[in-house]
Design a protein around this ligand. Structure first.
Ligand code: CTP
Length: 156
């Protein structure tokens, strides 16, 4: 726990804290969670918080909301070191790292306009996920196109 002087945002009573998000990715995390001007969730966003093990990190706290597996997979692609903390009655009752899946289906659009997954054919996009440290690279299972940066811009 951080000391009083360092506390940036209050602890939450119930909900989810997504911690250790790659700096700069918190707004993309909100997008993945469908949080926008119309949503009613109480949300706190911290950006570029100094963090021992990372150069800086983002943190997203969402009150009274848990995440589904598809949301966790998408977050893992853009923030592979993120930790998910489940908070109940102020206590951290669950903590785990996201785990980038080996393969993703229907989550990402291929960057190749001629890929069969971008035509009118009923073909769901599919990529194999290759991870080197904190770098994630996606390889299209149909056309071999590689997405190795700005993965968030390709999320469906
Ligand atoms: N947190 C919160 N509200 C609570 C409890 C925790 O917002 N009621 C937040 C903390 O501020 C922190 C995260 O949830 O960002 C994880 O809490 P905790 O496990 O207590 O912090 P650390 O030990 O620093 O976590 P880690 O070891 O994962 O860095």
């Amino acid at each position: 726990m951080t000391g009083k002087r360092e506390l940036r945002v209050k602890p939450i009573v119930n909900g989810t804290v997504i911690d250790h998000i790659t700096s700069g990715q918190s707004l993309n995390v909100l997008k993945i969670l469908g949080i926008n001007a119309a949503s009613r969730y109480v949300v706190s966003v911290l950006m570029n918080v100094p963090s021992g093990e990372m150069k800086g990190k983002d943190v997203v706290k969402i009150e009274n909301r848990e995440l589904d597996p598809e949301e966790l997979d998408s977050i893992a692609l853009i923030a592979p070191r993120a930790t998910i903390n489940i908070i109940r009655n102020y206590e951290v009752v669950g903590k785990h790292r996201v785990d980038p899946p080996r393969e993703v289906s229907g989550l990402v659009r291929c960057g190749n306009p001629n890929c069969i997954s971008n035509t009118n054919e009923p073909v769901t996009s599919r990529f194999t996920v290759e991870r080197t440290g904190d770098d994630i690279q996606l390889r299209c299972s149909y056309c071999e196109y590689v997405i190795d940066q700005e993965i968030a811009d390709h999320l469906l």
